[in-house]
Structures are given as structure tokens and as C-alpha cells.
Design a protein around this ligand. Structure first.
Ligand code: ZN
Length: 549
């Protein structure tokens, strides 16, 4: 599974607006630009580098410069040259919107064009010639497998035939500039793991051979600075999903939270023994190896910075590296904070009872998200009924139920750790914030798998009286009932996974996954409140605190 954007969906940022794709382009008017721009709110990515030494701050400045090169490459992959398009847009608001989208198509509205006269977005973006058919490509690829490479642009030669041009050649100037900056950063880096990774990554950018650097990235353990740079995800290629788009994240590790995560991961065996379910469903031993870290993001570029912003990374994608080394999961704390402040709190302001709004806290939001990640390690991977692995037995229901398990067992972990004195937290904060998070995730409808999974939790909690709806149409959590409902839903899901009976999961999803009509009506009030859909960043060395010079 290509992993980086799973959490983006979990946090509900990227659901489409429901606009049709067949509408004609919008006229270029000021009000159109304003209403489009209102869907994003601008936040500063201003991590404080005061605790870092001069060498590390120098590494960060170089990596931000390298990351910046990913922007022009990504423009050419997604659309074409940026400057002629931007120069032709007279309305400054629409020009800004084109920069946010890296092209003239709206990423929050199924890539609908928002510039007059622009046609629909090609499904293969600009990775392939616009006039190429699927049949033509497939026939040519039989002769020339390089056309299907993750790391080539497909173009026509002088005779009209299809040719594969390696990224290192097609994007030679920005690629060489980025590699040079990464190599300079390697020279300055003091942590051996980081130094080695940066050296190999610079080579990878120049050769389009990424595996060795991915391996080195998996071996990094004690680095404070991290960077993801190069062609990574293939979502931009909607035609075949072959082509990786360039992007970058420059990151600084949150040592305190990463340490806490490592500690909670080590507590997994005792938490497993305490799961509120019969013995046979908790026989497996959870892994206590943690490759989960908390980071502050300093810079997003290219694919990572286009449209809705991801707040978690799960890489690498190379299946061979995954088999040998697993993956690393990185949670981007300041980006989460921005979405919490700008989106979740305003939603809670509309739908949570006034006397519980103070219980919607960032610590609880971040904690719930982190415990969700750790909680994937709890429960069992194999059915107890002879149906093989849970994943095989539950097929298309497997992923949604596993995510539902992690959500509810994350809350079970918070509850248990708090009651055992391991965690200094307010359960009311975690519960109320959890409910507000459900509202955020179903804001754009329960049609997606993730929206449905949230409806299951909502309806299950409602049935157990975990919250009530007041006459004013706002929701109030009953912490004691919620605590009991957490145990009950945990048990229900663990048994469904342990038995692995497909039909039982199917009827569970049908029973609880339906949209509550009252909630649907209440969510209309959220939509009327003009709460932003996502965030854009004011970012770069100039906005960092204590970045040095
Ligand atoms: Zn998950």
C-alpha cells in the first residue's frame, strides 16, 4: 500500500466538495477567487530552531533550498511551465489559487478547472503526451518497459513514437541543483546516519536509483533533522499510477513526544493482556519495535504542498525495502496543530455543547492520533476460527475495520494509561475531542470508507448514550457512558476480527454505518459557518525562529 496519504484521509481533509466535473469553467471574477481562496487558511510553519546548534541550522537551510527545487519539477509534472500560466492570469486571487494547486485545476473539487478556457485535467497529468491513448501506450510499453518506470517522463520523438526520458535528464537543472544542496548538507551533518542518508540521496537524485538511500533512511535512528526528498508518491498519475511525483518535507524531530511514544510502545504487552475481550482474542504478542516519531515540519514542497496538506508520512514505498526494514511513520505535529486550530476548533464551536468546548484540546487531539498509531500493534493479526489472517478473511472490509480498531483501541489505551497513572491526561478532554474529530471526518459526507467508519463510531456511541444532543442542537459527552462504550466497541471489533466472519462484519457495517439524518442536518450548520477546508503554509527560512544565517 502506498502509505503517505492514509492519515490525510483519516483526518478528513481531502474529501471532494461534491462539485460535478462537467460544469463549464468558472468566469474570472473577483468573487469566484475569494470564495475559492476562503477554502484555505494560511498558517506559518514557524518551528523554533533555538535548541539546534549552528551546524544543524546550516543543514536545515541547505535542505530547504534543495526542497525548493522540487516545486518547479512538480509544476512540470502536474501541468507544465508555471510562469506562462501565472503571467496570463490577471486576477491576483486566481493566480494565488493556481499556485496553491500547482496548476489551473482545483484539487479540492475533483480537479475542476477554475481558469476560463482551460479544459479538463489530463488523467496522466503532464507525465504523458496529452494526445496519447491507453492502447498506444500499452503497445509501446511492451517494446520499451522504461515507459512504465516510476522515474521517466513519456514524450514523443521526432517520428511521433513514445520515448521514456529519465527524470535526471528531463529535469536536469533543478535535479543537479537539489543534489548539490543535499550533498553540502551531508558534509555539514554530524549524525552519521543522517550524513550517510544525505550522501546516498544526493546520488539517487542524480541516478534515479533510490533503493540504497531508502535503506539508509530506514537505518536512521538518532537524527534530529529529517528530510524526505525526490519522486515519491504516484497519485498525480491518475492514468496508470506509474509515475512518481517530486516532493519534499524538511522536518525536525520532537524528541520529547518521540520518547513518550517509544515508552508507550514498550507498554503494549501489558495493555494487550488487559484488552476488554475474552482470552482467545488476545493471544498474540504485540511488537514493541517502534518506528513512530513526532516531528515539526519546516518546509513542504511539490506534491506534498499541492492542495490539501498531509499531516503524517508512512514511507518508503519500495516493497523490497519494506520487506527488509519495514516502514517509518512520521507524525507532523505543527501541521496537525494548524489543522486543529483552524478547522477542528471552529467545528467544535458549532457542534459541541458550550460547557464542554474547553475540553477540545490540542494535547488530546495529538494524543488520540498518536495512540491510534500505536494501537495498530494491539489485538490479533490471525483469526482464531481457522479463517487465516484477519486481512484475508475480511477482504474489502479489512482496512476500514483495522482503522476502526486503532481509533477505538487508541482511546482504550489513553483510558487505561490514565487510570494506571502512566499518563497525565484528562479523559473528558480525550473523549470530547474524539467526538469533535468524528464531526470533522464526516463533514463532507459518509460516502467514503473513512466517513463510514466514523459513522459507525458515532452511531455506536449514540446507542450507548456516550453523548446526547441538546435541544439547541449541540452535543455533550457523558464521560462515564463513553468509557463503557469504548470497552464495548473495542470488544465488538476485536471479536469481529478474531472470528474473521465476513458476513458478520458486513452486517455490522450496514447496521452502524448509515448517516444519522439528525447529524446530517447539524453538519449543514458547519458548512454554513465558512470554516476552511484546508491550510496553506507561509514557510521558508525567513519565517523560522532562530534559524541563524
Ligand atoms: Zn491507522
Amino acid at each position: 500500500m502506498r502509505g503517505a496519504f492514509i492519515m490525510l484521509l483519516l483526518l478528513g481533509a481531502a474529501f471532494g466538495s461534491g462539485c460535478g466535473t462537467s460544469d463549464p469553467p468558472q468566469p474570472e471574477t473577483r468573487s469566484t477567487a475569494d470564495s475559492l481562496l476562503d477554502r484555505y487558511t494560511t498558517v506559518r510553519l514557524d518551528a523554533d530552531l533555538g535548541a539546534l546548534d549552528d551546524a544543524r541550522r546550516g543543514v536545515i537551510r541547505l535542505l530547504v533550498e534543495a526542497a525548493h527545487e522540487m516545486d518547479s519539477i512538480y509544476w512540470r509534472q502536474a501541468y507544465g511551465e508555471a510562469e506562462p500560466l501565472l503571467a496570463a492570469i490577471s486576477d491576483p486571487g486566481l493566480r494565488r489559487y493556481a499556485q496553491i494547486n500547482y496548476g489551473p485545476w482545483d484539487r479540492l473539487a475533483d480537479n475542476e478547472p477554475f481558469i476560463a478556457g482551460v479544459g479538463p485535467k489530463p488523467r496522466g497529468a503532464n507525465f504523458y503526451p496529452a494526445d496519447m491513448s491507453v492502447e498506444e501506450f500499452e503497445a509501446a510499453a511492451e517494446e520499451n518497459p522504461a515507459l512504465e518506470s516510476l522515474y521517466t517522463m513519456v514524450r514523443r520523438d521526432a517520428t511521433g513514437g513514445l520515448v521514456a526520458i529519465p527524470y535526471r535528464a528531463y529535469f536536469e537543472v533543478p535535479v543537479l541543483r537539489a543534489a548539490e544542496k543535499v550533498r553540502q548538507a551531508a558534509q555539514l551533518a554530524e549524525e552519521p546516519g543522517l550524513k550517510r542518508y544525505l550522501e546516498l540521496r544526493a546520488d539517487a537524485l542524480e541516478t534515479d536509483e533510490y533503493r540504497a538511500s531508502d535503506m539508509a533512511w530506514m537505518d536512521m535512528k538518532d537524527n534530529v533533522i529529517d528530510v524526505v526528498i525526490g519522486p515519491i508518491e504516484t497519485y498525480e498519475d491518475q492514468l496508470f499510477g506509474y509515475k512518481a511525483a517530486h516532493e519534499a518535507f524538511v522536518l525536525v524531530k520532537d524528541l520529547e513526544w518521540s520518547g513518550r511514544l517509544a515508552r508507550y510502545t514498550r507498554l503494549l504487552p501489558s495493555l494487550q493482556r488487559g484488552l476488554p475481550v475474552a482470552e482467545q482474542y488476545k493471544q498474540e504478542s504485540p511488537g514493541t519495535e517502534s518506528d513512530l516519531g513526532a516531528y515539526d515540519a519546516i518546509y513542504y514542497a511539490g506534491d506534498a504542498n499541492a492542495g490539501a496538506k498531509t499531516i503524517a508520512i508512512n514511507l518508503p514505498n519500495d516493497a523490497d525495502v519494506q520487506l527488509q526494514k519495514g516502514t517509518r511513520r512520521l507524525q507532523l505535529k505543527n501541521a496537525m496543530r494548524a489543522k486543529f486550530d483552524e478547522i477542528l476548533v471552529p467545528i467544535a464551536g458549532v457542534l459541541i455543547a458550550e460547557d464542554q468546548q474547553a475540553n477540545v484540546t490540542f494535547d488530546a487531539f495529538f494524543g488520540n492520533t498518536m495512540f491510534h498509531e500505536v494501537a495498530h500493534g494491539l489485538g490479533i493479526k490471525n483469526t482464531v476460527s481457522g479463517r487465516g489472517t484477519v486481512r484475508e478473511a475480511l477482504r474489502d472490509h479489512a482496512s476500514a475495520l483495522e482503522e476502526g480498531k486503532a481509533d477505538i483501541l487508541g482511546l482504550y489505551m489513553v483510558t487505561t494509561l490514565q487510570e494506571e497513572g502512566e499518563l497525565d491526561a484528562s479523559l473528558a478532554d480525550h473523549y470530547v475531542t474524539f467526538l469533535a474529530g468524528i464531526f470533522r471526518s464526516v463533514r463532507f459526507g459518509a460516502a467514503s470508507a473513512h466517513g463510514r467508519a466514523n459513522m459507525v463510531r458515532f452511531n455506536y456511541f449514540k446507542e450507548r448514550g456516550a453523548f446526547s444532543r441538546t435541544e439547541e442542537g449541540v452535543y455533550r459527552v457523558d464521560p462515564d457512558a463513553m468509557r463503557a462504550a469504548v470497552d464495548a466497541l473495542s470488544e465488538t471489533i476485536l471479536v469481529l476480527q478474531g472470528e474473521g466472519e465476513y458476513a458478520a462484519v458486513d452486517s455490522f457495517a450496514a447496521r452502524y454505518g448509515a448517516v444519522d439524518p439528525q447529524l446530517a442536518a447539524d453538519l449543514l450548520r458547519v458548512n454554513e459557518a465558512n470554516i476552511p477546508v484546508d491550510i496553506v503554509f507561509e514557510q521558508g527560512v525567513s519565517v523560522l525562529q532562530n534559524a541563524g544565517s
